[in-house]
Design a protein around this ligand. Structure first.
Ligand code: IVH
Length: 672
């Protein structure tokens, strides 16, 4: 039986993956796993509709618009597609369509499902006017300038006879080859690799500087839909392709008109066979009711159009041989078995290593050196080993043994009976220290540019950086000893280090990599303490008083700062010029919420409370829970109660959700 608590946990879990995927571009589970989680959530909501809250991930189609771009409302919402994984699910879809339309026969245009990110492009009188990302489906980000830099996008349409306004929908994507090249370059620079072409495309489009976008010449765009209007000379989805092509736009390479689900399945199999050899990533096919009028009549469920469905393919797999199994030591000492593979091409890139997750799983799957194995690229950069082919096993092969000592420092390996993981618990294990340092400068930490894994490894091996604070006293002479470090790279790195000295307390806490302390706890503690001094003094009891900080986090936090070496590091940070300022919002002076205190009350509909708070904070505003004389605005959603009353009594300006968003967007002009 699923309890309400389980349900909420599931919601949190999906939100977490949404955040990792959309905001951070670093998914940790595969698309399939993600889909499964969402389906589970949907199933629970179907049996317990009374639990569904406005903030459930199912109530929203995507993610918030990108920070730093102008927000624009879509004239017609950009929904997502319902997903099917089996023939039966497509048959159910087909039956439903026929039932609603009261017809016996429906034709579907079947298209490839491009693995990129959706975009809406507006042409006025044939001239390119605007491009908006999907965002949350209602409001997206204006990326007009960025998209303009894509070679495949005509700025003027070639036909005479086009409606005055033409809004088309399509996909921005990165061809497999471009993706591999981009990752090779990132690897050279020691920057983290993109997990998949879609993340790479999203990351590129997100760059605020169109010139930077233009450098990524491989970014492409293709179109598959029009926002319907009567002036258009087309009545069928199967004509859309030809029509868009006739205007000079690039369109989908594969599509077919199908008359039955059997025919759809045949076509799906045909496409799936071609998949590996296609120069771009696809993750399935899309069925669309061909008659555009019928498609419109079918309407939407709020999240999905009823006239279309995606049939998703399983993640791409490849077979290869395991040359060796090595053991990696993580930042917290966890030992992870890794398969060293005979290099193989998978989903657009060459794979030479794959994770075996943990020793339990390795034993369960009985994977051995020399085995012929299937590897799959999930959401993460690191592919995983799925299974071995027992028929091709070398008879003399032996099961892999869990090492008794750490491969990096040879100290005894320890296993907590409560945990799956085996750990090296030597706090000065060089591998752990190096991983900790790499984390300290990574995007999750102080985000020091030009200081990727490879550079950090050299700094560590040469003994220039032993502790995080050493980073702030690196000299020009030391950097000159690193591979390929000349005048320019030295200057760049020193500059990035200097820049990183101005940071926020929350970032610093995250950078330290204190066990169990995640982004939310770091934010809470940083807001509460406000300074390094206070951070060092805070007691466990005081931490436990913060809502959202539990026993595990509080203990781990206090334990961390009880350590002499850690205290010394904090002191050295300060001596070497690290300053934890509050974020600099001066660029938002003039924004209606800059320096203003807002209170949110009632249920918001187009965004969650949390997102509204983020928006306010992002432009230098503050959010409080209670209405008082100092409150500047009260934002009221539906069912607002006493706070709304109090605001009226005190004469504090009240904003509806729409008014709030309008004010927010109208001034949210940026550097783009
Ligand atoms: S039609 C209601 N056609 O899939 C959305 N979408 O889950 C109508 N996509 O946001 C979109 N290939 O990013 C459509 N041939 C195709 C597509 C396609 C990829 C993406 C698109 C959309 C997502 C929906």
């Amino acid at each position: 039986m699923v309890t309400r608590q389980d349900y909420e946990k599931l919601c949190d879990e999906v939100w977490k993956h949404n955040r990792l995927y959309f905001q951070e571009g670093k998914p940790i589970i595969s698309d399939d796993e993600y889909d499964r989680l969402v389906r589970k959530l949907e199933a629970v909501e179907e049996t317990h509709p009374e639990w569904i809250s406005a903030t459930s991930p199912t109530q929203r189609v995507g993610e918030k618009p990108l920070a730093g771009f102008l927000d624009v409302s879509h004239k017609k919402p950009m929904l997502s597609l319902e997903k099917g994984f089996t023939k039966e699910e497509l048959e159910d879809f087909d039956a439903r369509v026929k039932r609603i339309l009261s017809v016996k026969q429906v034709e579907y245009t079947v298209e490839v499902k491009m693995d990129g990110l959706a975009i809406s492009v507006l042409y006025e009188k044939g001239q390119y006017k605007q491009a908006i990302t999907r965002g949350d489906g209602k409001v997206g980000s204006d990326v007009t300038q960025n998209l303009k830099t894509l070679h495949g996008l005509p700025l003027r349409l070639t036909q005479e006879n086009i409606p005055d306004t033409l809004e088309i929908r399509g996909e921005v994507f990165l061809p497999k080859q471009g993706f591999e090249k981009m990752n090779e370059e990132r690897a050279k620079l020691g920057e983290p690799l993109w997990a998949n072409p879609r993340n790479a495309a999203a990351g590129s489009l997100k760059l605020l500087d169109p010139k930077e976008v233009a450098k990524r010449v491989e970014l492409s765009v293709t179109f598959y839909g029009v926002v319907y209007e009567p002036a258009l000379p087309i009545r069928k989805q199967s004509e859309v392709n030809e029509y868009l092509k006739s205007l000079g736009l690039s369109t989908l390479p594969y599509h077919k008109l199908c008359h039955s689900i059997d025919e759809v399945m045949e076509y799906a199999a045909e496409i799936e066979k071609k998949r590996v050899d296609l120069p771009f990533g696809i993750d399935g096919i899309v069925l669309k009711v061909d008659d555009l009028r019928a498609y419109e009549d079918l309407g939407t469920t709020g999240k999905h159009p009823r006239g279309a469905i995606a049939y998703k393919f399983a993640a791409e797999q490849a077979w290869t041989t395991i040359k060796d199994i090595t053991v990696q030591v993580g930042r917290t000492g966890v030992l992870t078995p890794v398969a060293e593979l005979e290099p193989v091409l998978l989903a657009g890139s060459t794979i030479a290593r794959a994770t075996l997750h943990n020793f339990d799983e390795l034993a369960r799957k009985d994977i051995r050196v020399g085995d012929y194995v299937a590897v799959e690229k999930g959401g993460d950069v690191i592919p995983k080993v799925l299974q071995a082919d027992p028929s091709r096993r070398n008879e003399s092969s032996k099961p892999f043994h869990i090492p008794k000592t750490c491969p990096a420092c040879q100290s005894t390996v320890y296993k907590d009976p409560q945990e799956v993981a085996y750990r090296c618990v030597n706090p000065v294990c060089p591998e752990q220290v190096l991983r900790g340092l790499t984390h300290f400068v990574s995007k999750d930490g102080l985000d020091i540019e030009n200081l990727g894994e490879k550079v950090m490894e050299q700094l560590f091996l040469k003994g220039f950086v032993k502790y995080p604070s050493d980073i702030f006293s690196l000299t020009r002479e030391q950097l000159a000893q690193l591979d390929n470090f000349k005048e320019k790279s030295i200057n760049n790195l020193l500059e990035s280090i200097e820049k990183a000295k101005k940071t926020t307390l929350a970032r610093l806490i995250m950078a330290l990599g204190i066990r169990h302390v995640g982004i939310q706890a770091a934010d809470l503690i940083a807001n509460h303490t406000g300074s390094i001094e206070k951070l060092l003094q805070i007691s466990k009891e005081e931490l436990l008083e913060l809502q959202g900080v539990g026993e595990k986090v509080a203990s781990s936090f206090v334990e961390y700062f009880a350590n002499r070496e850690n205290q010394k590091q904090m002191q050295l940070f300060q001596e070497r010029g690290l300053e934890c300022t509050s974020e600099d919002f001066t660029a938002f002076q003039g924004h209606p919420f800059y320096n203003k205190l807002l209170v949110l009350t009632g249920t918001l509909h187009s965004l969650s409370r949390h997102e509204a708070e983020r928006k306010i904070k992002a432009v230098g505003g503050k959010v409080s829970d209670s209405v008082g004389k100092k409150t500047d605005f009260v934002v009221v959603g539906t069912d607002a109660g006493s706070k709304f009353e109090k605001a009226k009594k005190l004469g504090i300006p009240v904003l509806t959700e729409d008014e709030f968003l309008q004010r927010y967007s109208a001034h949210h002009v940026t550097t783009a």
